[in-house]
Each structure stands twice: as C-alpha cells, then as structure tokens.
Design a protein around this ligand. Structure first.
Ligand SMILES: [Zn+2]
Length: 249
C-alpha cells in the first residue's frame, strides 16, 4: 500500500520536522531558564542579602545586650533612690529627737553610715553598667553605618538583576512565541508523547537518525533496523530501540 504514497519512499508521519524544531526551542528555553536561575547578578544580590541578614542578627544581639544593661541600670537607680530615702528618713527621726538613748543614736548613725556605703557601692555599680554600655552603643552605631552603606549596594544589585532577568526573558519570549506556533502545527498526540518522553529523558524527546546513529543517545542502530525504518509504512512513528526517543529518519 506504500506504493500509493506517490510511489516513492514511504514518508514519516506529518509534523516530525516541526517537532524537531520545537525540541530545539525547548532545549534553548531550558538553557535560558538555567541561565536565569544562575545569573551572576543573582549570586551578587544573594551575597549582599546575606551580609544584611548577618548585620540584622548582630544588631539584635547587641540591642538585647544593651536593653539588659538598661534594665540593670534602672534597677540600680531605684535601689539607690530607696537607700537615699531610707537614710533621709533616719536622719529626720534623729533630728526630731526620736532616739531616746545614746545607744539608739549610735545605732541610727551606724545605719546611716551603712546606707551611705551601700549607696556608694550602688553608684559604682551603676557607673560600671554605663561603661559596659558604651562599647555597645559604638557597636550599634557601626552596624547602622554598615547597613547604611549596604542599602545603595542592594538597590544597585536589585536593578542589575532585574535588568539581566529582563534580557533573558526577552530572549525566552521570542522562543516561546515560535514554540507556540509549532505546537499548533504538530499533531496533539505526537506532541503529548514527545512531552512524556522529554520529561523522562533529560529534556530530549525526539531525535534524528543521523548516519545510522540516534542523535538522542548517540548509539548506532543495527543496519537492519536502519533499513526497516527507511522502509517503514507511511505514517508509522519510529522510536530509537536504545533510548526510546521518537526517531526521525
Ligand atoms: Zn536513541
């Protein structure tokens, strides 16, 4: 019956040449997707974002340390205030003649003296807390400054990435438009089989038979198989015996 097909060589099913062109576009689109995901500009932005995150972590740590010191400082302040008030109250009572005996007077004087020592102790603690806070303030200022320098760098890196992405996207848009055209020409069933094979076989679902070799797996087909493919009935879809890809004779 092949003789009715114009009397010449039996032709492969329609749409195979278009499918090969579509496969080429898919490979190109895959490369573009890969390029888009691995842009140098993306790595540069990620590095800067990483630096910003590290600064944020440092800032939080120092700020926590500083707020612990501030809490300690306000504790010391209120304890000092209590000591001062207590000493003043005792002195008031002493002046008001509350001490009935010399021993009471002596006891009051001793307590005021002890409170005075405690006050000096508290004030010295407070001073040391303030001193501990100074390097933290400096650290926070340094972090804020580093953040300030990083912001414009981030801004520049973001727009560089957007530009590089747009360039890849523009190239992909052209390939996608052409692919859509081809996908409209290739018979739906053939296209579906191609997609299945492509998903399973590393992105390549159709190959050409080139000098007895499958261009998909690069293995030579047995001569008898090549001969059979060449003389296959019109419309019969061939597959590579070795890799299973659609084969275009
Ligand atoms: Zn093959």
């Amino acid at each position: 019956m092949a003789e009715q097909d114009g009397g010449g060589r039996a032709g492969p099913p329609p749409g195979l040449e278009q499918l090969l062109a579509l496969q080429e576009l898919d490979v190109r689109l895959d490369r573009l997707r890969h390029r888009r995901a691995h842009l140098d500009e993306r790595a540069a932005l990620e590095a800067l974002t990483g630096r910003l995150e590290a600064l944020d972590v440092e800032q939080r740590r120092v700020a926590e340390e500083r707020s612990a010191l501030l809490a300690r400082e306000s504790e010391l302040e209120s304890e000092t205030a209590a000591v001062v008030a207590r000493a003043a109250a005792i002195e008031d009572r002493a002046r008001g003649g509350a001490a009935s005996s010399y021993r009471d007077q002596e006891a009051m004087a001793q307590e005021v003296e002890a409170l005075g020592r405690r006050r000096a102790e508290l004030e010295s603690l407070e001073l040391s807390v303030l001193e501990q806070g100074e390097p933290l303030e400096a650290e926070l200022a340094r972090i804020a400054e580093a953040r300030g320098r990083l912001e414009p760098e981030l801004e520049a890196a973001r727009s560089a990435l957007a530009e590089a992405e747009a360039e890849v996207d523009a190239e992909a848009a052209g390939a996608l438009a052409r692919r859509r055209e081809l996908a409209g020409i290739v018979p739906a069933e053939l296209l579906a089989e191609y997609e299945r094979l492509r998903a399973r076989l590393g992105g390549v679902g159709v190959a050409r038979l080139d000098r007895g070799r499958c261009s998909g797996c690069h293995l030579a087909l047995p001569a008898t198989e090549v001969d059979r493919l060449r003389h296959a009935p019109a419309g019969e879809l061939a597959h590579c015996e070795q890799c299973g890809r659609i084969l275009v004779p």
